[in-house]
Design a protein around this ligand. Structure first.
Ligand code: ATP
Length: 323
């Protein structure tokens, strides 16, 4: 049976770039939410012991955002990514990506979601690329499996365009063994983009690279975000990646705790500077977590004194027991 070409089927990188530019005409960002996680819970049971990997995580990512997720080991980053990738399901809470309900979708929708909506870049090159295929064949493979989303006659050209966009056009006919670590990861991004997904999930994509190759991979992800309008979510320990994106979300104990937003501004001499502002997540019940450093600095523990001011709230150390 021949599948109908759906409306919105990508026709080429040039067209995608035009769409991305249109989406940013007004204020630089598309306002639609792409990822919505609402009180997401994931409980694992191992040897009769329950581990709450996610404990009511809230996250909203708009279309076209480039976001880094950071957090200590065991904070729940991989658990979140596996759920967003459609590889795992949450124990409770709601998660939707591009209108797909990740909690209730059936096997057919899950398959479609993983083939068409989301692309992955994993830390280990071996998980991204098949070793016996060239870069071009690796990029073409998801197109063949993608149910005709990219028309057959467009595929070879699209493979070349994607590899060129990521600066690895020269690796077109090379197998992964004949590429550097950075080239492999950039080819992996091309594979992830093969079926023009709305979202790219990257799990420590620079984890196995030296700093120069890491910078190139990161620049490639930024190019994809800016030129194609693809939403990119990067899980990373790499402080240089985290500080180079507009939005960094921190996860602590299975919850989003705080985030840093960066924007360009002009200083008093008219020079461009990056201004970073820290925010905390406020859940539906009005709960918020103080950034760890703030609470430690003022020895705030167990209880804090708060006071409502006309346009802000003050938080003080609990001094009621000091007298
Ligand atoms: N399949 C599983 N079975 C049991 N416990 C699990 C499983 N997967 C994760 N966990 C536990 O859930 C918690 C969160 O793990 P997760 O892998 O999401 O953290 P992470 O932030 O990605 O850590 P890292 O940076 O070390 O990869 C940890 O306590 C972990 O031991």
């Amino acid at each position: 049976m021949r599948r109908e070409r759906r409306e919105g089927t990508p026709v080429g990188l040039a067209e995608l770039e035009r769409r991305a530019a249109r989406g940013r005409d007004d204020d630089g960002r598309d306002r639609n939410a792409l990822i919505v996680c609402d009180r997401l819970v994931r409980i694992f049971t191992a040897d009769g012991v329950e581990v709450q990997a996610l404990q009511g995580l809230d996250l909203l990512v708009e279309r076209g955002e480039l976001t880094a997720i950071v957090g200590a080991s065991g904070s729940g980053k991989s658990t979140l990514l596996n759920i967003l990738a459609g590889l795992d399901t949450p124990s409770a809470g709601a998660a939707t990506v591009a209108g797909f309900d990740l909690v209730t979708m059936d096997a057919a929708a899950r398959l479609r979601y993983r083939r068409e909506v989301v692309g992955f870049v994993w830390q280990q090159a071996a998980r991204n690329l098949l070793p016996y295929l060239t870069a071009a064949q690796n990029v073409a493979l998801p197109m063949r499996l993608g149910g005709g989303r990219i028309p057959r006659r467009r595929r070879a050209e699209r493979v070349r365009e994607l590899l060129d966009l990521l600066g690895v056009g020269h690796c077109h006919d090379r197998v992964p063994e004949r590429m550097s670590g950075g080239e492999r990861q950039r080819a992996a991004i091309a594979v992830a983009l093969a079926n023009a997904p709305a979202l790219i999930l990257a799990d420590e994509p620079t984890g196995e690279l030296d700093s120069r190759a890491a910078e190139e991979v990161f620049t490639a992800l930024r190019t994809v975000n800016e030129r194609l309008g693809t939403t990119v979510l990067i899980v990373t320990h790499d402080a240089s990646v985290a500080s180079a994106v507009r939005r960094t979300v921190a996860i602590r104990d299975g919850r989003t705790s705080s985030e840093v937003l960066r924007r360009a501004a002009l200083d008093e001499h008219g020079d461009e500077v990056v201004v970073a502002q820290e925010y905390v997540t406020v859940d539906r019940a009005g709960r918020l977590q103080l950034p760890a450093g703030f609470a430690e600095r003022l020895s705030i523990r167990d209880r804090a004194r708060v006071a409502l001011q006309p346009d802000h709230i003050t938080v003080h150390r609990d001094d009621s027991r000091d007298a």
